[in-house]
Write a protein that binds this ligand. Structure first.
Ligand code: PLP
Ligand code: COI
Length: 339
């Protein structure tokens, strides 16, 4: 195995030794298989290639101070993947198979779980695709569920340093009654153009608004959006954003720190009143935001004037990571140890 620079890992693909696969045929899931190939062999008329029958998850395994490997809230990822499958008419993966495959993939690649102390983790990518053949538009009868893993650093190269983001108004990520609340590939395809444009203009991420009225904040690229105002943790409620497990965890932590949590429509103009804003997700962890620029109107909203994350974001970040890395006891039942 090559020497890995654990502290300098980007968020990206990293070849590990094994992945785990399971096929759904004749109305049932088969045996779990282990593969060392990075490739899959599928029919050219598979529905994932033509009609977007594809859903994925993103979760992490952390190596604690005690060397033990911890999975964070896997049950929520399994449940969300079932929701995604329902949403685009794919076979649902039972939680038992999901858990067995995730833990098998982590165990088989245990040497790639970053050691404690580098801020890195093993990213786990469960993927469900329609492999059955259809040329008319209808759901496949066959599916492949697979899990691959790889060590990663934070999604934004800034890590916990504040990032700049751009509000887009000329593209929507998801339709009001569309697939925005499930984790399907099409949502990401729709976001590529504005995201790449934003990157070229110097912003690592975009802030999408809900598509119906373009008045309220939806989410921040591959992460949810939150704001701090006084003693309040405020985060958008919308049918077109992904229900983030990180955000759900932060809401709980904020409540337990004595904050009030507001999950509601958040108008763009409110940005001017917020003291701290950030993006949160498995990959992004918490990314504090220092500047939000509305590409169309030119309006600029600034935060972190001293260049550092705000105190509440920092406190939430530390608490979340302390639970994930086992530095503080998990009183919530969020962590599953890999024995
Ligand atoms: N929003 C989108 C569009 C995402 O892709 C993700 C990542 O999974 C999130 C939010 C954050 O969700 P979670 O905290 O469950 O990773
Ligand atoms: C995650 O946060 O886990 C994600 O899946 C984000 C992303 C890379 C699409």
């Amino acid at each position: 195995m090559q020497n890995i620079d654990w502290g300098g890992l980007p968020f990206g693909y990293f070849k590990t030794d094994y992945n785990v696969r399971c096929y759904y045929r004749d109305g049932k899931w088969g045996e779990i298989e282990v593969s060392s190939s990075e490739f899959i062999n599928i029919h050219m008329a598979a529905t994932c290639l033509h009609y977007g029958q594809e859903a994925f998850e993103g979760m992490k395994a952390f190596r604690g101070k005690d060397e033990k490997i911890r999975l964070f809230r896997w049950q929520d990822n399994a449940a969300r993947m079932r929701q995604s499958a329902q949403g685009i008419m794919m076979a649902e993966v039972p939680d038992e198979i999901f858990y067995k495959m995730v833990t098998k993939a982590v165990r088989l690649n245990e040497k790639y779980v970053p050691p404690f102390g580098h801020g890195a983790a093993l990213y786990i990518r469960p993927l469900l695709i329609g492999t059955g053949v259809q040329v008319g538009v209808s759901p496949a009868k066959e599916y492949l569920f697979m899990v691959f893993v790889g060590p990663v650093g934070p999604y934004f190269k800034e890590g916990f340093n504040p990032v700049n983001i751009q509000i887009v108004r000329d593209y929507d990520r998801a339709a009001p009654q569309g697939t925005g609340a499930i984790k399907v590939g099409g949502n990401y395809a729709g976001g590529l153009k504005p995201t790449e444009r934003a990157k070229a203009e110097g912003y690592p991420a975009v802030l999408f608004l809900e598509a119906k009225e373009n008045k309220y904040i939806d989410e921040a690229g591959p992460a949810n959006f939150f704001a701090i105002k006084g003693n309040k943790y405020i985060t958008p409620k919308s049918d077109s954003i992904l229900p983030s497990i990180t955000n759900k965890s932060l809401m709980q932590l904020a409540r337990d720190m004595g904050m009030e949590v507001e999950r509601r429509a958040v108008a763009v103009e409110e940005l001017a009143e917020f003291e701290e804003v950030g993006a949160c997700g498995t990959a992004a962890i918490i990314s504090p935001i220092k500047k939000i620029v509305d590409r169309e109107t030119g309006q600029v909203y600034e935060f972190c004037k001293d260049g550092k994350a705000g105190p509440v974001s920092e406190k939430l970040y530390r608490k979340l990571q302390a639970i994930q890395y086992g530095e503080e006891p998990d009183t919530y039942g969020w962590v599953t140890f890999l024995d």
